[in-house]
Design a protein around this ligand. Structure first.
Ligand code: BJW
Ligand code: ZN
Length: 253
C-alpha cells in the first residue's frame, strides 16, 4: 500500500523526471560503486576513475573497463529499467536522467536518455577526439590505440572532468520544471548529479527515493522506499496507472 499523500501526488498528471544510479542495475548483475559491496570499498576511485589514474596506469584502468564490459555483455535490463521505459511510452512528458554508463535503459526501450557520465560502450581518442563503438584494432602493452596513433580512453566522465554541457542543461531544466522527481538506486554522493533531486525539491516537485539504503538525499525526500528498484519501480508505475488509466491518457493526446 502506498501512503495516501503519495497516491494523491501520483494522481496529478504532470511532468516526471527520473534520476537513476548504479543501484537500478544491481538486479541485472552489475556492481555498485558505494554501499555494502561497492567497488570503492576495494579500489581507490582516483586510480580507476580519473585522468591522473589513467595516465599513471592505463593498463590497470583498461583491465577494469574490459572486465566491466564483459559483465555487461551478459547483462539484461530488469523490471526496473523496463517499467521506466514503459512509463515514458505512456506519458511522453517524462525525462530519464542516468548516471549509469551501461546503456541498459536504452536496451529496455527508453528514448532520449540523458547520460550524465557518458557511455562505457564508446571509446574516445585522446589525440583526434573521435568516438567509436567499434572494437579497437591496435594495441600496445594491452592498451588500445586509435588509427591516428592516439591513445583511446573509455567514453565516460571521470572525477574532475566536466559533464556534457548540453546534457547537464537538459537535466537541470527537467529538475526545475518537473512535478514528480524519482531518484532511484543512487547514493546521491556525486555532484553535479546529486544536486538534481535537491533542485527538484527546491522547485516544489514531489520527490520519491527508491533505495535499499538511506542516502544523502533521504532526509530531504518526500517519500523513501526501502526496496529494490526492480520491485519498487514497477509498483510505482502501477500506482500511477491507477490514476491515469490508458484509456484516459489516449483520449487526452
Ligand atoms: C540499490 C540497489 C537496488 C544498491 N535497488 N537501490 C566536494 C563537494 C562537491 C563536489 C565535489 C567535491 N569534491 C569533488 C567534487 C566533484 C566530484 C564529486 O562529486 N565528488 C564527490 C565524491 C564528492 N564530481 C566530479 O568530479 C564530476 N565533475 C565535475 O564536478 O566537474 C566540474 C569540476 C571540474 C574540475 C574540478 C572540479 C569540478 C564528475 C563526476 C564523475 C563520476 N564518475 C563516476 C565514474 C563513471 C565512469 C564509470 O562508470 O566507470 O560515475 S564515479 C561513479 O559514481 C559513477 C557513478 O555514475 C557515480 C554515482 O554513483 P551512483 O550511481 O550513485 O552509485 P553508488 O554505487 O554510489 O550508489 C548505488 C546506490 O544504489 C546505493 O545507495 C545503494 O544503496 C543502492 N542500491 N542495490 C535500489 N537493488
Ligand atoms: Zn584518433
Amino acid at each position: 500500500m502506498l501512503p495516501q499523500s503519495l497516491s494523491e501526488s501520483l494522481g496529478k498528471l504532470g511532468r516526471i523526471a527520473v534520476l537513476t544510479g548504479a543501484g537500478i542495475s544491481a538486479d541485472s548483475g552489475l556492481g555498485t560503486f558505494r554501499g555494502k559491496d561497492g567497488i570503492w570499498n576495494k579500489m581507490r576511485p582516483e586510480e580507476l576513475a580519473s585522468m591522473e589514474g589513467f595516465l599513471a596506469n592505463p593498463q590497470l584502468v583498461w583491465e577494469w573497463y574490459t572486465y566491466r564490459r564483459s559483465l555487461l555483455a551478459a547483462a539484461e535490463p530488469n523490471p526496473g529499467h523496463k517499467a521506466l521505459a514503459e512509463w515514458q511510452g505512456i506519458h511522453p512528458d517524462f525525462t530519464l536522467i542516468t548516471q549509469n554508463v551501461d546503456g541498459l535503459h536504452q536496451l529496455a526501450g527508453s528514448k532520449n536518455v540523458l547520460e550524465l557520465h557518458g557511455s562505457i560502450r564508446v571509446n574516445r581518442c585522446l589525440n583526434c577526439g573521435s568516438e567509436t563503438e567499434n572494437e579497437p584494432q591496435v594495441f600496445k602493452d594491452h592498451v588500445p590505440y586509435c588509427s591516428c596513433g592516439g591513445r583511446l580512453r573509455p567514453g565516460v566522465v571521470w572525477f574532475g572532468e566536466m559533464l556534457s554541457e548540453a546534457t547537464l542543461t537538459s537535466a537541470f531544466e527537467a529538475a526545475q520544471t518537473c512535478d514528480l522527481f524519482l531518484t532511484i538506486g543512487t547514493s546521491a554522493a556525486v555532484y553535479p548529479a546529486a544536486s538534481l533531486p535537491e533542485i527538484a525539491s527546491a522547485h516544489g516537485a514531489v520527490t520519491v527515493e527508491v533505495n535499499i539504503e538511506e542516502t544523502a538525499f533521504t532526509r530531504l525526500a518526500d517519500f523513501h522506499f526501502a526496496a529494490s528498484a526492480s520491485v519498487a519501480v514497477p509498483m510505482l508505475l502501477d500506482a500511477w496507472l491507477v490514476h491515469h488509466p490508458l484509456s484516459i491518457l489516449r483520449h487526452e493526446k
